[in-house]
Design a protein around this ligand. Structure first.
Ligand SMILES: Cc1ncc(COP(=O)(O)O)c(C=O)c1O
Length: 289
């Protein structure tokens, strides 16, 4: 089943939704986005996604002329226009808007708001049961002083180039380093490894997207008594890690069992990863329609 798309107040099906060519989101990749999913038809952690959207917007001086309530109402309207009544994938995009061919933001007084809603069947359970493989790619994550990864930007060329390297190598995701060679995150998810019973993930200062699921899982870990902290991670840590996993809105907590041809730990999903996934799943169960 296809998508329903909201564009500046109108909802159409995917084939007939359009954006003007002079939209700076199209011309320059000048825009931001959020990906959400529903549990029991409720957009999960909506408030946190809106907080991050506003922060992304601030970092590129983009006005967000919508309250959280306005935005939620538009998301719900788009969901209601979709014939599917199962769980939904929701992508909210806000671009600089339409204007002349110039980088001057004053040329675009009205940002363009797009909301894409499509069915979300969930990732195949096999990935959670058996784990996935990452590729450690040569494409480095954008330097924060060049294009800050804190901005969840529509300009995803850095991420796409990383996946172009991972896919032919059989990687389900691309694991990326920063300019200093530290492991930071994946192309569409955050990365954790487990050592000596503690879950470790790179600090935000290393240059990565502050994942909503990353933050949520760190809180959950504290709740269930799993030590979890930020730490500087380098590729050599992959050889001594007991477990690894990725987090993301659509990936939840997905075990990682190999990096290219190197096994992580025993090469099977780890116990701590399993505990965090179970805790995550029981938390989302409490979201009621
Ligand atoms: C580069 C990057 N890192 C991490 C994530 C995970 O973030 P979240 O948990 O908010 O979905 C994403 C999600 O799209 C991403 O694009």
């Amino acid at each position: 089943m296809g998508a329903m798309v909201y564009v500046n107040g109108e909802i159409r099906d995917a084939a007939s939704a359009t954006i003007p060519v002079f939209d700076h989101g199209f011309l320059y990749g000048e825009g931001i986005y959020e990906t959400l999913r529903t549990y029991n038809r409720q957009p999960f952690l909506f408030g946190r996604h809106m907080r991050r959207l506003r922060h992304s917007a601030e970092l590129m001086a983009l006005p967000v002329p919508y309250s959280d309530e306005d935005m939620l109402a538009r998301v719900q309207e788009t969901m209601a226009a979709h014939a599917d009544r199962g769980e939904a994938y929701i992508r909210i995009l806000l671009t600089r808007g339409v204007g002349e061919l110039t980088y001057n933001p004053a040329a675009c007084p009205i940002p363009t708001l797009v909301i894409i809603v499509k069915p979300f069947p969930g990732f195949p359970e096999k990935a959670f049961r058996e784990g996935i493989r990452l590729s450690l790619v040569s494409v480095r994550r954008n330097h924060p002083q060049a294009l800050n990864p804190m901005i969840k930007s529509n300009n995803l060329l850095n991420n796409a180039l990383a996946m172009q390297e991972a896919i032919p190598r059989g990687g389900d995701e691309a694991l990326m380093q920063n300019q200093a060679g530290e492991l930071v995150e994946c192309s569409q998810s955050n990365f954790f490894l487990v050592k000596g019973g503690a879950a470790l993930t790179a600090p935000l200062s290393a240059g990565l997207l502050p994942g909503i699921t990353r933050e949520f899982v760190m809180e959950l870990a504290r709740e269930i008594g799993v030590p979890c902290r930020e730490a500087r991670l380098v590729p050599a840590d992959l050889d001594t890690a007991d477990e690894a996993f990725i987090t993301g809105t659509t990936r939840e907590v997905t075990p990682v069992v190999a990096i290219d041809d190197r096994k992580i730990g025993s090469g099977t999903p780890g116990v701590i990863t399993g505990k965090l996934l179970a805790a995550f799943r029981s938390k989302v169960e409490t979201v009621r329609a």
